[in-house]
Design a protein. Structure first.
Length: 349
């Protein structure tokens, strides 16, 4: 007769082995799966609204309408902005190749307006002459062109994978929206925890994902839009490009958008455009900067907020491990880490 404990251990080993094999198989689509789950959680209230409107008798229609709303609200704007961003980047690259933008001249003019100690510091780095500036910029441009060529080649190679991943995300999103309640119930039944712990854990997970994604992305969109609009009003070239850059950098606490508008304001100050410098600094501090302090607390409750230093470290770590997806995956994992340990601490009191 087989020992029940031995049989359980063998079955558990088989379960872990099969689960790891399945995770390995779907690993190439981890980004599509993650965003399908995240969007399903975010647009679940929309799904419930359509279900109530149709009395729950047309689940496929409700899900299709929710998916359409998701595409219009989230996917389509990102696609349009990406196309415009590519056009802006291509135009900037063309100007650099044609020599229409003389960075060496701009930097030399900038250096001449600096105080004497800072000019001496630039001399130590070989930036005291126009030729030295031009040589360094030419070297950087050569490296940049090689990088752009490599990325363009990779983009052409990975275009099919990107399109495939996009449609996999939409396909999974449809079923996660329609069958999400059933899937969550099945997962809950499989977790060997008490009902109270499972309820608290799932509630915290949903709350953290919604708060983190909404808080981070909405703040990023608002700050990027405001930054781009301010740059456009001040007649700063490539306002869209800088706005998108500020949107991405807004994920980094403390530093964030200041990494873009700060140096530009300093350049205006040193170049004699004092009014533009003052206006840009005031807008950066009191308009762009206050968005994070006003909007984020509205979207993110105190229970799900995590310290800024954890957001910074998890964002940078997420970028290193997951690429652009890490902007969201990193803070979500950090928030879940803090929430899980808080739950453990609560249970052991």
């Amino acid at each position: 007769m087989i020992n029940p404990r031995f049989e359980y251990r063998v079955f558990l080993f088989l379960l872990v082995l099969v689960s790891l094999a399945f995770a390995w198989i779907i690993l190439p689509f981890y980004g599509a799966i993650f965003w399908a789950i995240a969007l399903a959680i975010l647009f679940h209230p929309v799904q419930l609204y359509f279900q109530r409107r149709f009395g729950g008798s047309h689940p496929n229609l409700s899900t299709s309408l929710t998916l359409l709303v998701c595409v219009i609200v989230a996917v389509l704007p990102i696609t349009i902005i990406s196309i415009l961003l590519i056009q802006e980047g291509a135009a900037l690259y063309t100007q650099l190749e044609a020599g229409e933008i003389d960075f060496a001249g701009l930097l030399e003019d900038f250096r001449n307006r600096l105080p004497e100690p800072l000019q001496q510091l630039m001399e130590r780095f070989g930036l005291d002459s126009r030729r030295g500036l031009r040589d360094r910029i030419a070297s950087a441009a050569m490296q940049g062109s090689q990088f752009l060529a490599t990325q363009a080649f990779n983009l052409g190679q990975n275009a099919f994978e990107f399109v495939l991943g996009f449609f996999v995300m939409l396909y999974l999103l449809f079923f996660f929206l329609r069958d999400g309640t059933v899937l969550v119930a099945q997962i809950r039944e499989s977790i060997p925890l008490s009902e109270m712990k499972k309820t608290r854990l799932f509630q915290r997970f949903t709350c953290v994902v919604q708060a983190t994604i909404k808080g981070s992305i909405v703040v990023a969109v608002i700050q990027g839009a405001l930054g781009g609009a301010i740059f456009a009003v001040l007649d700063i070239p490539r306002a869209l490009l800088w706005g998108v850059a500020m949107a991405f950098l807004s994920f980094l606490p403390a530093l964030g958008t200041g990494l873009i508008w700060g140096p530009v304001a300093v350049y205006f100050l040193l170049s004699g455009a004092i009014l533009k410098s003052v206006l840009l600094t005031a807008a950066g501090i009191f308009v762009i900067g206050l968005v994070d302090n006003i909007v984020r607390p509205i979207l993110v409750s105190k229970d799900t907020r995590i310290p800024d230093y954890l957001v910074l470290v998890s964002t940078l770590g997420g970028l290193a491990l997951f690429g652009l997806n890490g902007f969201v995956i990193g803070p979500v994992i950090a928030a879940l880490f803090v929430s899980t340990w808080n739950l453990f601490s609560y249970q052991t009191r």
